[in-house]
Unconditional design. Structure first.
Length: 284
């Protein structure tokens, strides 16, 4: 897909046997490719004891059976990916699937979302339509719910902007509560992450772009990192005893920090910011 012939570097890791938060996993990274300026995929399987901070966060989201004081054993497994393109017309893709277990209870989470730097309405609609069709196989209202949750989650309050144009996001979901096979749905989400994004890549990879467009991409990547460091629950969870290289591998490879950047009236940059301030319904 990248076209450079470069391969992912695989970093297999395992925590020391004496570590109370035992686990193992693989972090795979491709850098400086033809399209993929930085692409990272993580697989992790861990277990440990809930800290008070983690337990309180889960309890606050309505998880019954979680002692907000912490101390309960847990097990978790996750697959995540973040693909940053070096081409400003190709959006960043983020996706993940995960399983969390505490004392016989199990919840699934996951999703996939786009962070474009320039809008292509037709391809963004195609991305959302892909996920609407996946969700439609399980529940009539599932796409609308996951799309709304995605818009709410990937929001940067300090900027009053959303990080991207959304997609799917769900958390703490169990089959008993929603009435369909959440494990099967989560498998479909994992299988469809690249499938939903690749048509966009193929349509844009050969298009020319300007240095000004590349500059705008680097400026907007700053928002991506702001969200990850200030608001992302997964990053906060990982930083509480997690493996720092695997957590921070999702960061963009290059970012441009400019003071008080303003867009030109009527420009494509302004159109992007307007959409990020007021999310649209794309799959119509």
């Amino acid at each position: 897909m990248d076209g450079s012939g470069k391969a992912f570097r695989q970093d297999r890791w395992e925590r020391e046997p004496g570590n109370p938060n035992a686990g193992f996993g693989i972090t795979a990274v491709l850098e400086d490719g033809a399209i993929l300026e930085k692409a990272a995929a993580n697989v992790s399987v861990i277990r440990g004891t809930l800290t008070a901070q983690r337990a309180a966060a889960m309890s606050s989201r309505g998880r019954e059976g979680i002692d907000p004081k912490g101390g309960q054993p847990y097990a978790a497994a996750a697959l995540s990916l973040v693909f940053h393109s070096g081409h400003p017309l190709v959006p960043t893709l983020r996706g993940d699937v995960r399983l969390f277990q505490v004392e016989g209870q199990a919840w699934f989470g996951g999703g996939a979302d786009l962070t474009p730097y320039y809008l292509d309405d037709a391809h963004i609609a195609g991305f959302h339509t892909h996920w609407r069709n996946v969700c439609g196989r399980y529940s009539p209202g599932l796409y609308a719910s996951c799309k709304s949750t995605c818009d709410d989650y990937f929001y940067i309050p300090a900027r009053k902007e959303h990080r991207g144009v959304g997609g799917l996001f769900y958390d703490d979901m169990s089959s008993e509560e929603v009435g369909f096979d959440v494990a099967a749905f989560t498998k479909d989400v994992g299988a469809g992450m690249l499938t939903s994004w690749l048509p966009y890549v193929e349509a844009k990879r050969g298009e020319p772009y300007t240095e000004a467009q590349r500059e705008w991409q680097l400026i907007r990547r700053g928002r991506y990192l702001e969200f990850n460091l200030l608001y992302d629950r997964g990053v906060k969870f990982g930083l509480d005893g997690g493996r720092i290289e695997s957590i921070m591998v999702s960061a963009p490879p290059l970012i441009r920090w400019r003071y008080d950047v303003q867009t030109e009236p009527g420009s494509e940059e302004e159109r992007l910011v307007e959409v990020l301030r007021s999310p649209r319904e794309w799959a119509v």
